[in-house]
Write a protein that binds this ligand. Structure first.
Ligand SMILES: [Zn+2]
Length: 322
């Protein structure tokens, strides 16, 4: 687990516990000030617990019949609460997760993360790396039957086969990283051919393998680049530092000549100089990339020694009905 995310989660859990206590105190106050009969029973229950603990500490244990007495008191309190229009558990401890009581951990001798913490961690991780909310975007969930099994113009093979080849290459890359032949990967092809799916499946696999990945849309990249251009602070530092950067849908962002091209070149250049991997998906082909971002940028990608180029083609899958 990433320590920065875990720390954030521990702070959130602490805040939740404080919130629980506040809620418990508020409920208790409401009973104390308006329902003396229930209050008396609640006090009796507290006295029963503390009295027993005192008794045990003093050496004259009076723990006998405690569960029966407790059960009876709980029943009476529940009944009175219900009569007064409250839920029967109104005075019970408040938790979001009853398993760990919002501590995030379970077990006395061996402390293990509670299921709720593991779930929250996975969600936070997905959010942080831009993986989205769809857990089905993985190689395991890849469904070839969703892809037309029709020949693609000019390739001699079907769209299903063409996509299967790209999928295989992407999975292999994600499995072998960082021991990959080509450090960068470019996924090109029209809209709706599954590029983003493949990119997220790669990210999911890399995360599974404990690798540090970040997915940003080209639009978000431009926002960040603009900010660092005008405010002359390095807002794209995270993008230059992350071991695997995935830039989604390059070409869909508005073009701001000085900023987009310059910052994109700097980003690719610095990452390549540092031996870091960049995965890019784009609707543009190499010629269009060159026209939009200049030869300087295109040549960073159009280099088979460093960059694995996978081209998808065929019909838009979102419009394809089986
Ligand atoms: Zn829990």
């Amino acid at each position: 687990m990433r320590e920065d995310l875990l720390n954030e989660l521990m702070n959130e859990y602490a805040a939740q516990r404080a919130e629980n206590e506040k809620q418990e105190a508020g409920r208790r106050e409401r009973i104390r000030s308006g329902h003396p009969e229930i209050e008396a029973l609640a006090r009796e229950r507290e006295e029963l617990v503390f009295g027993t603990i005192r008794g045990i500490l003093d050496g004259n244990a009076k723990a006998e019949n405690l569960p029966e007495k407790m059960q009876e008191l709980n029943r009476r309190i529940g009944q009175k609460l219900q009569e007064a229009g409250f839920p029967t558990d109104y005075l019970a401890p408040v938790y979001r997760c009853a398993t760990c009581r919002d501590t995030g951990y379970v077990g006395d001798t061996v402390r293990e993360p509670c299921e709720c913490l593991q779930k929250a961690y996975q969600q936070k991780l997905r959010d942080r790396i831009g993986l989205g909310n769809n857990p089905d975007e993985t190689f395991e969930k890849y469904d070839a039957s969703l892809i037309p099994d029709e020949p693609v113009n000019g390739t001699g093979i079907t769209q299903r086969k063409l996509t299967a080849i790209a999928r295989e290459q992407c999975e292999k890359w994600a499995d072998q990283y960082p021991e990959v032949k080509q450090r960068d990967l470019l996924l090109t092809g029209g809209s709706g051919l599954g590029k983003t799916f493949l990119m997220r499946a790669m990210a999911a696999r890399l995360v599974e393998r404990g690798m540090n990945v970040l997915i940003v849309s080209a639009y978000t990249f431009l926002q960040m680049a603009r900010k660092s251009y005008f405010e002359s602070e390095n807002g794209v530092r995270e993008l230059t530092d992350v071991p695997v950067l995935m830039l989604d849908d390059l070409g869909s962002e508005p073009l701001m000549q000085n900023i987009t091209v310059e910052q994109l070149f700097n980003l690719l250049n610095e990452r390549q100089n540092r031996g870091l991997s960049t995965v890019i998906s784009t609707n543009l082909n190499l010629q269009e990339l060159r026209e939009r971002y200049t030869e300087r940028v295109a040549s960073r990608l159009n280099n088979p020694k460093n960059c694995l180029i996978l081209t998808l083609a065929g019909r838009d899958l979102r419009k394809f009905e089986r």
